[in-house]
Ligand binder design. Structure first.
Ligand code: SAH
Length: 296
C-alpha cells in the first residue's frame, strides 16, 4: 500500500512495511527512534530494514532545509574560501576526454564541468584528479574515469526533475554529477565508513542538502521511495537484481555492469516497457564488486 504526498518539489510515498506504518516526512525524531526500537525488538531478522527506517530521519531533516531554492554549491568559482585552481584542468578534461570522445549531451558536459572532482579524493591525489583514469577512494573502492562517469550519465537519457536511484554512493562524485544534471538523487552505500564520510562531505561541506543518502544493501534497491525513473549501479554483480527491475518505473532506464566473473563485466542498459525488461549490451567494462543479497 502506498499513498503519494507532494512536499515542495519532492514526491514521497508513505508505506507500510510489516505492520509498521510510518511517514518519512514530519515525523518527530523521538517517535522514529521509539518505532525503530519497537521494530527491532519484534523483527530482529530485518536489520537492513531497520537501517532504512533509521535513516528516514535524515530525509525529513534535509527536506526542511531545502525549502530554500536549491542552488549549485559550485556556482561560485571558489569552494570553501579556496580559489579553484583546478578549473582549467577540469575544462581540459571536458574538452579532451569527453567532447573529443563523443559525449555531446550538454547537460552532462555542464555537470562534469561544474563538479570539482579533486575534492572527492584524498588531498594527495588532487593533482591527478582530472587525468584520464579511475581514482582510488577509501575502503578499497574507486571512482570511475571521467569518461565512464560521463558516458553512463549520457546513456541514462535522463531529463531534469527525474528521480534516480544510484547504487554505490562511494565518494559521492557520480551522485554530485547526477544532482548537477538536475536529477532528484537517492543514493545507497553499503559501507558505513564511506556512507558517513560522504554524507558529511556532500551536505555539510558542499551544501547539497537535497540529496537523499542511505546506508543499506543496494542490491535490494530502496523500496521506500520506488519507483525510480532511472537506476544507475556503480558496481558489478553476477546478474541484474530482481529488486532493481521491480523498482524501475515503467518507461524507466537502468544502467548496470553485469558479469559472471568478478572485475569483468558488460555494461547493460535495461529499458522497462509495459512491465517487461529489454536489455542492451553497451560493451565490456570493469567495476568493483556489487556485494549483497542479490549480488556477489
Ligand atoms: N559512484 C561512486 C563509485 C564508488 S565504487 C563514486 O562516484 O565514487 C562502487 C561503490 O559501490 C563502493 O563504494 C561500494 O561499497 C558500493 N557497493 C557495492 N555493493 C553495494 C551494495 N550492495 N549496495 C550499496 N553499495 C554497494
Amino acid at each position: 500500500m502506498s499513498s503519494r504526498k507532494s512536499t515542495g518539489n519532492l514526491q514521497i510515498s508513505s508505506h507500510k512495511i510489516k505492520d509498521l506504518a510510518y511517514e518519512p516526512l514530519g515525523m518527530p525524531t523521538e517517535r522514529v527512534i521509539r518505532l525503530n526500537a519497537q521494530y527491532t525488538q519484534n523483527n530482529p531478522e530485518y536489520s537492513d530494514r531497520k537501517e532504512i527506517i533509521r535513516h528516514l530521519i535524515t530525509p525529513a531533516e534535509l527536506l526542511i532545509k531545502t525549502r530554500k531554492p536549491a542552488r549549485s554549491p559550485f556556482a561560485k568559482p571558489e569552494h570553501h574560501g579556496q580559489a579553484d585552481i583546478y578549473a582549467y584542468s577540469r575544462q581540459r578534461m571536458v574538452k579532451e576526454q569527453l567532447i573529443a570522445r563523443g559525449i555531446n549531451d550538454e547537460n552532462v558536459l555542464r555537470a562534469m564541468a561544474a563538479v570539482p572532482r579533486h575534492l572527492f579524493v584524498n588531498e594527495a591525489l588532487y593533482p591527478t584528479a582530472y587525468e584520464d583514469r579511475p581514482l582510488p577512494i577509501a575502503c578499497g573502492q574507486t571512482i570511475s574515469q571521467p569518461y565512464t562517469v560521463a558516458l553512463m550519465c549520457q546513456m541514462l537519457m535522463a531529463e531534469k526533475g527525474m528521480k534516480i536511484l544510484e547504487i554505490g554512493t562511494g565518494s559521492g562524485y557520480q551522485a554530485a554529477v547526477l544532482r548537477e544534471m538536475g536529477l532528484k538523487v537517492f543514493s545507497v552505500e553499503r559501507i558505513k565508513e564511506l556512507y558517513t564520510h560522504t554524507k558529511e562531505f556532500l551536505t555539510a561541506k558542499l551544501g547539497y542538502h537535497d540529496m537523499q543518502l542511505f546506508l543499506s544493501d543496494g542490491t535490494l534497491g530502496l523500496e521506500l521511495f520506488a519507483p525510480y525513473d532511472r537506476i544507475i549501479v556503480a558496481a558489478g554483480g553476477p546478474a541484474i537484481p530482481e529488486a532493481l527491475k521491480n523498482q524501475l518505473a515503467d518507461n524507466g532506464i537502468m544502467l548496470i555492469p553485469v558479469g559472471k566473473e568478478k572485475m569483468s563485466q558488460n555494461l547493460i542498459r535495461v529499458f522497462k516497457l509495459g512491465g517487461s525488461c529489454r536489455k542492451e549490451n553497451l560493451g565490456a567494462t570493469t567495476f568493483v564488486d556489487l556485494i549483497g543479497k542479490q549480488g556477489w
